[in-house]
Every structure is written in structure tokens, then in C-alpha cells.
Write a protein that binds this ligand. Structure first.
Ligand SMILES: [Zn+2]
Length: 256
């Protein structure tokens, strides 16, 4: 029998979850007018749209976003995107590289079925302390996704803002998360996405240097402009989206 405190906690979680669930469409409508004078990109450039949780009611919305990106350009894996940055792969138009943050159980139940269905590669940035918690994946889920061909990167151990951490704590977030994912998945982890992701506000040069020293080859922010061949893989810009947003709202984040 769960205690009254536990029940109250669970009810609070449910209430919070339903409030958050109600918000993205509202948020999309608020953003949409700003997208009226924007268009999805036509010029060559690398875009890294990313999402968090994708609840089942948004599966068709996610599919619609991805099919729209594909009408405008190629959808590539993280490796392929880094190949373009390094100049090893040509880029003739817009190119999109998809990622997901945190560790949501809906990656297993909602996201990967959509990605399989339409043949889209993706990177999953994991906050290691979330794995195994309610509403999140287990390591065995992650292993199954990796075996199915999806990529994994680190999104720290505890999802703290790196800029608030002393040197030792920042190193723990960057290095111990890398090692834990490597131990669990049995493959090298070389890509990192910073929580919150704004350079100078949420992380700094120190954190990029720790990442480089730890063996990461890429470091992602949440700055929005497209990046191009010759730009540094340690300063990848990603555009945060919610699947519930109408395309007008998507165009406020991804445009040329
Ligand atoms: Zn995050």
C-alpha cells in the first residue's frame, strides 16, 4: 500500500505532466506568427533539430516534421554530419541531423518506431542518472536501440548547468557520464550535448576543453544558426523543437 505522501507526490507529478502536455501546442501557436515571414531553408547548411520527450499523441506530428525536413534536404547521421563539417562529404542543400535529449521511455515506445518506419537516423544524448528512473529508459533499452543502429552521446550525469559547477564537478559530469555509457553500451562515446546549451550562460570554454581532453570529438550547444563545412565540431548548433508545434513555429527555429 503506497503511503499518502507517495500518492500525493504521484498526483503532483501527474498534474505537472498534464499541464506540460497542454502547453506545447499553445507554445507553438504563440511562436507561429514569427514564422510567417520565414521559410524552411533552401540554401546549403547543416541543421541539427532536436527534441526531448515525444508522447504517443505526438507521434504523427513528429513524423510530419521529419517528412517535411526530408522534402527540403537530406537527413543524415551524426557521423555523416561530422563528415560534412570536416569537408569529407559534399553538401548541396540543407542537411538535417536529428537528436533527442535526456533519456525518455518514449524514445523506445514512440520515437524509434517512427524513425524505423521512415528510415531516419538519430543521435540520443543521455543523462546517465535518469536511466532506470520512472518514465525513462533502462540500460537494456539503450542497448537495444544501439543494436538497432541508433547513436548515443552524453548529456552529463545529473543535468546540472555546467557553468555552475566547479572544475571537479564539471569533469565528473563530462567524464563519468561518458564512461558509464561506454561501460553499459560497450562502445566509445565521443559526442556531447550541454544541458540548456547556451554558451557563456550554461557552459564555457573550460567545459569544451574538459570535453576535448576526455576524448569527445563533438560538443553541441543550443545556438540556432546553420553551420557549414569548416566550422568546429566542438561548437555544433542545435535547434530545439517540440513535435506539437505547427510548421510555422518550426520555421522560427530552422530557416535560412
Ligand atoms: Zn536536457
Amino acid at each position: 500500500m503506497p503511503s499518502p505522501t507517495l500518492i500525493r507526490k504521484r498526483l503532483n507529478e501527474l498534474e505537472l505532466r498534464s499541464r506540460l502536455r497542454a502547453r506545447p501546442r499553445v507554445q507553438g501557436r504563440v511562436l507561429a506568427p514569427a514564422g510567417a515571414f520565414r521559410r524552411l531553408p533552401r540554401a546549403a547548411g547543416l541543421y541539427f533539430p532536436f527534441y526531448h520527450d515525444v508522447l504517443p499523441e505526438y507521434a504523427t506530428d513528429l513524423r510530419r516534421h521529419l517528412l517535411t525536413f526530408r522534402r527540403h534536404g537530406e537527413l543524415v547521421s551524426w557521423d555523416e554530419a561530422l563528415g560534412i563539417l570536416a569537408g569529407r562529404r559534399p553538401m548541396h542543400g540543407p542537411v538535417f541531423c536529428l537528436s533527442f535529449d535526456d533519456g525518455h521511455a518514449t524514445w523506445r515506445d514512440v520515437v524509434t518506431p517512427v524513425l524505423h518506419e521512415i528510415g531516419v537516423p538519430a543521435m540520443f544524448f543521455v543523462t546517465t542518472d535518469l536511466i532506470g528512473r520512472p518514465g525513462n529508459l533502462t540500460w537494456s533499452d539503450c542497448r537495444a536501440m544501439a543494436a538497432a543502429g541508433f547513436d548515443f552521446g552524453s548529456h552529463t550525469v545529473t543535468h546540472q548547468r555546467l557553468a555552475d559547477q566547479d572544475d571537479r564537478a564539471a569533469a565528473h559530469e563530462l567524464i563519468d557520464s561518458k564512461h558509464e555509457i561506454e561501460d553499459e553500451l560497450g562502445s566509445e562515446i565521443r559526442d556531447f550535448a550541454a544541458p540548456y546549451g547556451h554558451p557563456a550562460v550554461d557552459y564555457g570554454r573550460r567545459d569544451v576543453e574538459i570535453a576535448r581532453g576526455a576524448g569527445y570529438r563533438s560538443f553541441a550547444s543550443t545556438l540556432r544558426p546553420a553551420i557549414h563545412a569548416g566550422d568546429s565540431p566542438l561548437a555544433i548548433n542545435r535547434q530545439g523543437l517540440h513535435p506539437a508545434w505547427p510548421l510555422w513555429a518550426v520555421r522560427t527555429r530552422i530557416h535560412d
